[in-house]
Design a protein around this ligand. Structure first.
Ligand code: PMP
Length: 306
C-alpha cells in the first residue's frame, strides 16, 4: 500500500511508521472493532471529502451497536479527518480514509468492558477497488456458498470488523473460482450484498436494490437511489432472488471504494449485453461529476479542505 506521512491516533498525529499496537491487543484475538471507509476527491477547489458527516456518524453508531465507547464526538472526528487530508499533502486524484476503533492492550478474555478503546484515522491514495478495466467493461460476480450471517446471530448493520471474516471467505472463494467479486445471499436465499459493496440491477427500466434487512446501511446506495430518482428512473426496493439476478438487463455494485462498478456476468450468465449497461454508465458518470464537485445540486455532500 501507498504510505502517507501521518496517522491520527487517539487525538494526536503520529508518523505513519509509529502508529503501532501490542500483539496482545484485544481485537486481534476476539475481533470486536468498527471501521469506516470514506473518500476524498480532488476537485477544482482542492480535496473534498464525500458525505463526511454521514460516514463519521455511522462509525459512532457501529461502535454503539458493538459496545465500543469512542471517546470523541462526530465533530471532533470530522475536524481531525480534514486536518489529516491537509497535513498529509496528498497529490493523487482521490484519497481513501479509514476511520476505525478497536480494543487495545491490557485485558484478555471475551468480556471487554475494561479493554482500552483505540481510535484511529488513517488515509492513503488507493486505486480503483475492482480495477480500472472492471470500471469500464464490468466485472464477473459469483454467488458464493456462504450466506451473510443471519440477523439472529450477527449485526450486519454495524460496519464491524467481525463481519469481514464472512466477506473475506466469500471474496476468496469468488476469486479462486475465476470471478472478480462475491455476491452473498441472506439466510433466506435473497441477495444481501457483495463482500464490500451493495447490489443494484435494472429490469424493464426499473432500478431494483434490496432493502437493508441483512446488509450495511450503505451511503453510496442512498446516493445512487437519489441520483436515479433525479434522472426520472423508478427505484424499487425489494427482495431479489438468484433467478432475478440472472435475467437482469443491467447490474452494478456500489460502495465508497467500489464507486459504481458494472457487472457483466453472474455465475456464467451474461448480464444484458455482457458489458457496461447504458443506465449504469449514465449513473457512473453522474456519480463522478458529484464526487469531483461538478454537480452543484449535490455540493452539500462535499466537505472542502482549504
Ligand atoms: N456492504 C459492505 C459489506 C461494505 O463493506 C460496504 C463498503 N463500506 C458497502 C456495503 C457499501 O457501503 P458504502 O456505500 O457506505 O461505502
Amino acid at each position: 500500500m501507498d504510505k502517507a506521512k501521518y496517522i491520527w491516533m487517539n487525538g494526536k498525529f503520529v508518523n505513519w511508521d509509529d502508529a503501532q499496537v501490542h500483539v496482545l491487543s484485544h481485537t486481534i484475538h476476539y475481533g470486536n472493532g468498527v471501521i469506516e471507509g470514506t473518500k476524498a476527491y480532488k476537485t477544482d477547489k482542492g480535496y473534498a471529502i464525500f458525505r463526511l458527516n454521514d460516514h463519521t456518524k455511522r462509525l459512532k453508531e457501529s461502535a454503539k451497536m458493538t459496545l465500543i465507547n469512542i471517546p470523541y464526538s462526530v465533530e471532533e472526528l470530522n475536524k481531525a479527518q480534514i486536518q489529516l487530508i491537509k497535513d498529509n499533502g496528498f497529490t493523487g486524484d482521490n484519497v481513501y480514509i479509514r476511520p476505525f476503533a478497536f480494543l487495545g492492550y491490557g485485558v484478555m478474555g471475551v468480556y471487554h468492558v475494561n479493554a482500552p478503546v483505540e481510535t484511529v484515522l488513517a488515509a492513503w491514495e488507493w486505486g480503483a477497488y475492482l480495477g480500472e478495466e472492471g470500471m469500464k467493461k464490468g466485472i464477473k460476480l459469483k454467488i458464493v456458498s456462504m450466506t451473510r450471517p443471519a440477523n439472529t446471530s450477527n449485526m450486519g448493520k454495524a460496519k464491524a470488523t467481525a463481519n469481514y471474516l464472512n466477506s473475506q471467505m466469500a471474496k476468496y472463494e469468488a476469486i479462486d473460482c475465476g470471478y472478480d467479486e462475491a455476491l452473498l445471499l441472506d439466510d433466506q436465499g435473497y441477495v444481501a450484498e457483495a463482500s464490500g459493496a451493495s447490489f443494484f440491477m435494472l429490469k424493464e427500466g426499473k432500478l431494483i436494490t434490496p432493502p437493508n434487512d441483512n446488509s450495511l446501511e450503505s451511503i453510496t446506495q442512498k446516493t445512487v437511489i437519489e441520483m436515479a430518482q433525479d434522472l426520472g428512473i423508478e427505484v424499487v426496493r425489494k427482495r431479489i432472488s438468484r433467478e432475478d439476478v440472472y435475467i437482469a438487463d443491467e447490474a452494478f455494485l456500489t460502495g465508497t471504494a467500489a464507486e459504481i462498478t458494472p457487472v457483466r456476468n453472474v455465475d456464467a450468465r451474461v448480464i444484458g449485453g455482457g458489458a457496461r449497461g447504458e443506465v449504469t454508465e449514465k449513473l457512473q458518470s453522474m456519480y463522478f461529476d458529484i464526487v469531483f464537485g461538478r454537480n452543484k445540486k449535490y455540493e452539500h455532500y462535499l466537505t472542502y479542505i482549504d
